[in-house]
Design a protein around this ligand. Structure first.
Ligand code: NAD
Length: 708
């Protein structure tokens, strides 16, 4: 067996008779850091120099083969040896190199395996090239080697979508796929010994020749068109297509050069910076400052949801989906029956689409029980209230919960706007009260705003943050204020879009501009889908705060007064044909805006796309600045996570605060001041830059530099 053991940390080197075993051993995910790259180079060189070694086996000591590049090195300048050098050394090795891909190989990890001469794995494994999610493309030969082993379409799909792909779908990439992980080690060693004994050739992927013919040419053209439509706004997917195409039009060496050029073009873009920012932002959201590490979470084994309406049903599904039983409470049996029937319909629709089996539907439904009796909540570890958005109703419910819930139960509210501290004041245990603000549809949307009240206990916050992960959401901790982070910032966006209509823009112009910016839909389409009555009721609850602006959402108010409450009424800011969700522009709405503008003495004019964009987005950012200043969000990246996951802010802009940092805060401040001056009283009311924006702009700093 092994004659010599040397650990070149974090890479191990063991000689096993005629095989040199090089083991990746860099916790937690075998990121290909400088130390790993150096370790692999030293180990390969050692094996090459040893006459007794006939073949090299590259494997992992961890469950993962490798998660790829060490992205904490992205901003480093000390990168030598770079990964392509390592891969070139392996590929050019005169002794066969066999990769045992025992677990996931992603990004540079898969590129490493592709540079080897043979690859073995097991059937349950998945591999992928996810660089596109960071706004870049695989830059260590992945775009050149993968199509040489798999076919063009497989390589394109993997590289353009970045999706993890089952190895069984990758014909040609692996030389041996055993059934299970348990068999792999023995089978792989047998395979490696066979390579030696039969003197199998050093199979270099770079030697495989690809040629472009009329079929592949057509395929690339068609694929590029599809990408332009599907990945609208994103830069990297198109670059990925060009890189794979280069594998067919260039020899390997020139193909690598082309890949590198395309990679650099991606790297040096606001999009790549935005997507990499977002990658870290999402991970940073779960790190809450100020809560001691040893704080224990509370067990959540039984959940109760109060209110089986739009939100209650969706919220309950999240828990049933992960096997946690839920009791749903309504005041009346028929409301309860309706709520449960809707959940069943949702699950059955998923089953029809093949996403769930009928057994899974029944399994999940069996976890959901209904009651009209508060006594049935005595076992709940967590109760989430989702009743009408009215303080008196919420207080009544919390009063009941205080009576029936066991000690230590977490009492949560899904309120969108109400003061959580006031809700908490209605119970004898305010430390157990927290806001869990789900977004609609609650079973689909990834965001969970976790609202920390003045008295919320640390272990309740920690439990909520962990719970978000359990139900596959991204939890972001926020403080108490009207609308919390997301809805507070959307308010000026909605206000401006409405005001622009009064000033002469049409709903379709505003929606087009916002759509081109990258939101999945503009504010008028969104308003119609949500129901214009929702915004109306919110305005009704705070009329005194907006009374100084008679133009405030006045067209929306008029539409609601005429029963034009949106899609559900067949008309709102747009018209809808029966059964269709397609917005149809309505001259009547333009006429209402014209009449209201006349009444209010607002002169209508042609409005540029730039003005529309700036007036919708910059006040939203300005509100974000206030939120940051007040500490309602702990860091600007938390706001970005909320906006990308809760409101469809384009991820390739990184979120509103990253977008502002990229544009430059002085520019945003100056444009705010421009509108403040040019829009008369209206501008004076609404366009004063936040003091934080002013300070940061003055000192040339960014929002991301603000740490609480
Ligand atoms: P909804 O009207 O669809 O559902 C409310 C349900 O609560 C109804 O079924 C009603 O019968 C029930 N209910 C009312 N009073 C009750 C009581 N005292 N005890 C038990 N059940 C009672 O409303 P919704 O849209 O699901 O909103 C619920 C909460 O979620 C509100 O606080 C709302 O602000 C918040 N929210 C809504 C959305 C959204 O997009 N709809 C998004 C986030 C948060």
């Amino acid at each position: 067996m092994s004659s010599e053991t040397t650990i070149v940390s974090p890479v191990s080197y063991v000689q096993d008779q005629q095989l040199a075993l090089i083991g990746l051993n860099s916790v937690p995910v075998n990121a290909l850091s400088k130390a790993v790259r150096v370790g692999v180079i030293e180990s390969v060189n050692k094996a090459l120099a040893d006459q007794n070694v006939k073949a090299i086996v590259l494997h992992s000591h961890l469950p993962l083969f490798s998660a790829g590049a060490d992205i904490s090195e992205f901003s480093s300048t000390d990168l030598s040896p770079v990964l392509p050098e390592v891969l070139d050394l392996i590929e050019q090795s005169t002794k066969p190199v066999i990769a045992i891909v025992g677990g996931n190989a992603f990004g540079g990890g898969l590129e490493l395996a592709l540079s080897c001469h043979y690859r073995v794995t097991h059937a349950k494994n998945k591999v992928g090239l996810p660089e596109v999610h960071l706004g870049i493309l695989p830059g260590a030969g992945g775009t050149q080697r993968l199509p040489r082993l798999a076919d063009a379409i497989t390589a394109l799909d993997m590289i353009v979508t970045g999706a993890p792909t089952p190895v069984t779908k990758l014909n040609g990439v692996f030389d041996l796929i055993v059934d299970s992980a348990e068999e792999l080690q023995v089978a792989a060693m047998e395979f490696a010994n066979t390579v030696v004994e039969k003197q199998l050739p050093v199979k270099k992927v770079c030697d495989i020749k690809l040629e472009m013919n009329s079929d592949t040419q057509a395929l690339f053209e068609q694929y590029a068109q599809g990408v332009a439509a599907k990945a609208r706004g994103f830069f990297a997917p198109g670059q990925c297509v060009l890189a794979v195409q280069a594998a067919y039009t260039h020899d390997f060496k020139d193909g690598l050069k082309r890949e590198s050029e395309l990679f650099i073009e991606c790297m040096d873009t606001p999009q790549a910076r935005a997507q990499q920012h977002f990658f870290f932002a999402e991970r940073a959201a779960s790190h809450v400052q100020g809560i001691a590490k040893d704080v224990k979470t509370r067990d959540i084994k039984q959940v109760a949801v109060i209110g089986a309406g739009t939100m209650g049903g969706g919220i309950a599904m999240n828990f049933a989906n992960v096997g946690i039983p839920v009791v749903m409470l309504e005041l009346k049996q028929d409301a309860l029956d309706k709520g449960l029937a809707l959940i069943r319909r949702n699950y059955e629709n998923s089953a029809k689409k093949g996403k769930l089996s009928t057994e899974q539907v029944e399994e999940r439904m069996s976890l959901l029980t209904g009651t009209t009796n508060y006594d049935d909540l005595s076992n709940a570890d967590l109760v989430i209230e989702a009743v009408f958005e009215k303080m008196s109703v919420k207080k009544e419910v919390f009063g009941m919960l205080d009576k029936v819930c066991k000690a230590g139960a977490i009492l949560a509210s899904n309120t969108s706007t109400l003061d959580l501290n006031e809700i908490a004041s209605s119970v004898s245990r305010p430390q157990d009260v927290i806001g869990l603000h789900f977004f609609s549809p609650a079973n689909v949307m990834k965001l969970l705003e976790i609202v920390r009240g003045e008295k919320t206990a640390d272990d309740v916050i920690k439990t909520a943050m962990v719970l978000a992960k359990t139900i596959r959401k991204v939890g972001v901790l926020v403080g108490v204020c009207f609308g919390f982070v997301g809805n507070r910032m959307i308010e000026p966006y909605g206000r401006e879009s409405n005001r622009l209509m009064l000033e002469g823009a049409s709903p379709e112009q505003v929606d087009r501009v916002i759509g081109e910016f990258g939101f999945p839909m503009g504010p008028f389409t969104m308003g119609d889908m949500a129901g214009l009555d929702i915004g109306f009721f919110v305005r009704e609850s705070r009329r005194e705060l907006i009374a100084h602006d008679p133009s405030y959402c006045i067209v929306a108010d008029k539409l609601v007064a005429q029963g034009r409450v949106g899609l559900k009424a067949g008309k709102g800011a747009y018209l809808y044909e029966a059964g269709s969700r397609k917005p149809i522009p309505d001259p009547e709405v333009i006429e209402i805006a014209k009449q209201e503008a006349k009444r209010l003495g607002i002169k209508q004019r042609e409005i540029s796309d730039q003005e529309i964009l700036e007036r919708c987005i910059f006040p939203l950012i300005n509100e974000g600045a206030d939120i940051l200043k007040e500490g309602i969000a702990a860091k600007s990246s938390d706001i970005d996570v909320i906006y990308v996951y809760g409101y469809g802010f384009p991820v390739y802009r990184g979120g509103p605060m990253q977008y502002a940092d990229e544009l430059g805060l002085a520019y945003i401040r100056d444009r705010m001041n421009f509108y403040k001056e040019s829009l008369g009283d209206y501008g004076q009311h609404w366009f004063t830059p936040s003091t934080l924006l002013d300070e940061l702009a003055e000192s040339g700093k960014t929002f991301s530099s603000v740490k609480k």
